[in-house]
Design a protein. Structure first.
Ligand SMILES: [Zn+2]
Ligand SMILES: [Zn+2]
Ligand SMILES: [Zn+2]
Length: 373
């Protein structure tokens, strides 16, 4: 009991990180229940029962609408820098009006009451909207939308308001990581026009390599390490050293070595190892790793074909600005008959400089079908 009092105290001061304990504490211990929901955003962690989507919550969830009403949602991801707050406010308004029956006006909100645990309602099935990224009750979706996968499913308000999918709002520009570290210009999409430096795990554009060569520099133009293309063993040792240091790029790069069995000695093609390394790198946010995983699962020659996984990885890469992943998403949607989504993807990758995507967009404009174009 003493512990429960302590938790409630801490919770009210906003320092305890245990919402469960606070909710489970006997009601009489909650001295100022009005303050409690105001602190909910602070506990916005994946452990929260209404975010996790896991079955079998550890405790009976209090009325979700009370928590939702009290939660300040983070601003919606903007399409670009010029996007305004007006949009998100409008969406929030829409959301509020839609839930007028359960949502209490924030200004005159009475202290929420938590019903005794025995009468807690069974939790609705929640689904995530791909546009406003909130987990909403199943009833917030039309039948057609319910059948879609999470990233392209939209709640009825978002459909009505024409809100763009997050998938289309993010990754519309090349990331800074795609810049040549020397001249700071975006690397050409053609991989032949840049070279990967194993010493520093940087990709340097051919222009900078040429410029360095003209000045007589024969070592890495970025970090000045002596390298030799022919010495696989030395290069491999260099990569392994970076892998040991936990460099995500090195994890990915070693993955490609196992994937393609590139080195003549000491390293053979090993798909299991390649996928492991790709997955570790992808977890650390390397978009190229996501892309390669997407391609592997898409093709299904080296690993078991799994289109759902492929799309997930393509999407993860595309929202980070991976151009070819974006194009592949377009192609996947096109083949699935979702021409509208396909065009949206193609427009993004075309704007990022992908010629093939530009041609696809032209086909759309001229009403040609992709297979004829
Ligand atoms: Zn929505
Ligand atoms: Zn450069
Ligand atoms: Zn280097």
């Amino acid at each position: 009991m003493k512990d429960a009092t302590r938790t409630v105290e801490l919770c009210e001061r906003g320092v305890a990180n245990d919402l469960n304990a606070c909710i489970e504490a006997p009601r009489e211990l909650r001295k100022t229940p009005a303050n409690f929901p105001a602190q909910v955003p602070q506990f916005n962690t994946p452990d929260l029962p209404f975010h996790s989507g896991r079955t079998g919550p550890k405790f009976n969830t209090p009325d979700l609408s009370v928590l939702l009403a009290a939660t300040t949602f983070p601003p919606f991801p903007a399409a670009d820098a010029s996007s305004t707050h007006g949009d998100s406010d409008r969406q929030r308004e829409l959301w509020k009006t839609h839930n007028a029956d359960t949502t209490v006006d924030r200004g005159s909100r009475p202290p929420p009451t938590f019903p005794p645990s025995a009468s807690f309602p069974v939790r609705d099935i929640m689904k995530i909207c791909g546009a406003c990224v909130r987990e909403l009750p199943d009833g917030s979706y039309s039948e057609e939308q319910r059948g879609l996968r999470q990233s392209i499913r939209r709640c009825e308000e978002c459909v009505a308001a024409g809100n763009q999918l997050v998938l289309m709002k993010k990754g519309r520009t090349r990331s800074e990581a795609d810049d040549c570290p020397i001249c700071q210009l975006p690397l050409p999409l053609d991989m032949e026009q840049s070279a990967f430096q194993e010493c520093c795990m940087k990709r340097v554009c051919n222009g900078c390599i040429l410029a360095a060569g003209k000045r007589g520099m024969r070592d890495c133009p970025f970090c000045r390490t002596q390298t030799s293309d022919s010495d696989d063993e030395k290069t491999l040792a260099m990569i392994r050293k970076r892998v040991a240091a936990g460099d995500p790029m090195a994890l990915f790069h070693l993955g490609t070595k196992y994937h393609f069995g590139e080195f003549s000695n000491g390293l053979e093609k090993n798909m299991t190892r390649a996928v492991e390394l790709y997955e570790s790198a992808a977890e650390l946010g390397v978009k190229e790793a996501h892309y390669n995983l997407g391609c592997l699962y898409d093709k299904g020659t080296d690993v078991e074909k799994d289109m759902a996984k492929a799309i997930r990885h393509y999407e993860a890469a595309a929202v980070c600005g991976h151009v070819k992943a974006r194009y592949n998403l377009g192609a996947t949607e096109y083949n699935a008959g979702n021409r509208d989504l396909a065009l949206q993807h193609y427009l993004i990758s075309a704007k990022l400089g992908h010629d093939v995507s530009l041609n696809k967009v032209k086909d759309f404009v001229h009403g040609r079908s992709s297979d004829q174009g």
